[in-house]
Design a binder for this molecule. Sequence first.
Ligand SMILES: [Zn+2]
Length: 335
Amino acid sequence: MRVVENSYPLPANSIGKLIEYDITNLRIMVTMNSSRNSSELAYFATGCFWGAERRFWQLPGVIRTSVGYMGGHKDNPTYEEVCTGKTNHAEVVEVNFDPQQISYQRLLEEFYTMHDPTSLNKQGGDIGTQYRSAIYYTNSEQEALAFNAAKVYGKVLAKSGIGPIVTQIEDAKSHKYWLAEEYHQRYLEKNPNGYDCHSSTGIAYPSVDELQLKQQLDPLSYEVLRNGATERAFTGEYTDTETVGVYKCKACGNELFRSETKFHSGCGWPSFYAPSEDDAVILLEDRSLAPRIRTEVRCAMCNSHLGHVFEGEGFDTPTDQRWCINSVSLILEPR
Ligand SMILES: [Zn+2]
């Protein structure tokens, strides 16, 4: 039997360094394990920041919020300067959150539905680049999730004839956050009847109902899909299955893999050499076993954990990739 180590080969001089390895044709997007931190920053622009800040501070798991200006070209701008539109700053909410209590994905879902992300440089009656829709990400996991959520929500909106999403998604490192004047901070707490822009598409984000999922799934499937656990090798229902059909996400039904790309790797988990479509999955850099760095595979539709992908192991497949996926994260629909 062929022995396959469930990790990517580690360069000898890699300890304590960021390992850069080239995986051809794979989209490596992320540095993960924000979940190890007790707080993380996120920046969102949804038009007037007064109402936006309140929506974020009301979410359980959000530690602290403030409002400010980002994305422009003048240092320390005033509200009046930003309002002219000439500094090109956006009104932004800084969200400090606990990733153990609220996921960045959940913040994104709130972001995309609390305003109209298809409206260019205006929200309702507020017109100008300062009211643009924008996300400034603070790590590569946020980057991957923000772009993916735009794609997922964009498809839902397109079905209703709305779109496209015009949200600016950029690295926060390139845009200093300037705290706004004190009277703007928690404005609607100081002025409960103050202005709160309610522009939105009115279309719900296709969120996962966590409670319902927990009730529907067996405990192992839930632990794997939602908490990133791994089933024991050689125990999964589909490890060596050859049935012709389509493998779908057990949490949301998204098509992920086809039997045509399944092969016997001997590793103890179902192995595929490619997903059905590139955008069926999201790839995240997984540092949970640091210094070993792996590439995690999640469902692009519901952000559930599926497994990992490895490359360059010498398998005689068209891609030389091994998409090592937990059986319990999949449902096989025979054809
Ligand atoms: Zn899914």
